[in-house]
Design a protein around this ligand. Structure first.
Ligand code: SAM
Length: 210
């Protein structure tokens, strides 16, 4: 019999609706969300920079979800931060509205061939869900080293009425969160250009009709 080494990967509760705030002891306060944390160092460094943060990671690869969730627990952050082995595209629609303060997507979608389109994470559907789960005044931060991807993200998020570019435009020079993702570190070491973008979630009153 073949044993599944990742059978005990942490999963979200099997319910139609899941409040991620309750999984990290945040009560009714919005939490930070990372989609695709990979090896997870951004979450750890973010905690070190912002010890009061409460965070959830959604990572489709069960191996990384297990490893990073255990790493957070081993550092004593387990009550405040968890990583779940989930496809963000299926998980976000189960979250209540306005439960996230900042959503991070660091270097999602590293592929650019046409046959990889169906794997894309930051699609118009996900942008709509992010607009629903991020609180008014909250933030969406996306960075990539694929220039074509950056242009596509600007279009996708730009078309989502819930978001407006951060004052001064969506692009920013530096990552303002006091923490770097593994791929970000490698891109910097390899001197690859990194495009960083940030949007603000409009309030309902500010959101133009679709
Ligand atoms: C290129 S890696 C970047 C990893 C990390 N964010 C970094 O910057 O080092 C993209 C990550 O997104 C994860 N991923 C891809 N599609 C996903 C999805 N639909 N839901 C959650 N995670 C996903 C991958 O497994 C991988 O860990």
């Amino acid at each position: 019999m073949r044993i599944d080494p990742y059978a005990d990967a942490p999963r979200l509760p099997e319910r139609d609706t899941v409040d991620p705030r309750l999984l990290v002891g945040a009560g009714s306060e919005p939490i930070e969300l990372e989609i695709g944390p990979g090896r997870g160092w951004f979450l750890i460094e973010r905690f070190e920079a912002e010890p009061n943060a409460r965070m959830i990671g959604l990572e489709i690869r069960r191996k990384w979800a297990i490893l990073v969730d255990r790493r957070l627990a081993a550092r004593g952050f387990g009550e405040r931060a968890r990583v779940f082995a989930e496809d963000a595209r299926g998980a976000l629609p189960r979250f209540p509205a306005a439960c996230v303060s900042i959503a991070y997507l660091h270097f999602p979608d590293p592929w650019w061939k046409k046959r990889h389109q169906k794997r894309l994470v930051l699609t118009p559907e996900l942008a709509r869900e992010l607009g629903r789960v991020i609180v008014a005044g909250g933030e969406l931060f996306v960075q990539t080293d694929v220039v074509e991807r950056a242009l596509a993200y600007e279009q996708v998020v730009g078309l989502e009425p819930a978001f407006e570019p951060w004052p001064g435009g969506p692009r920013l020079e530096e990552n303002p969160y006091g923490a770097r993702s593994p791929r970000e570190r490698r891109a910097i070491e390899d001197r690859l250009p990194v495009v960083r973008m940030r949007w603000r979630r409009r309030s309902t009153a500010e959101t133009p009709p679709p």
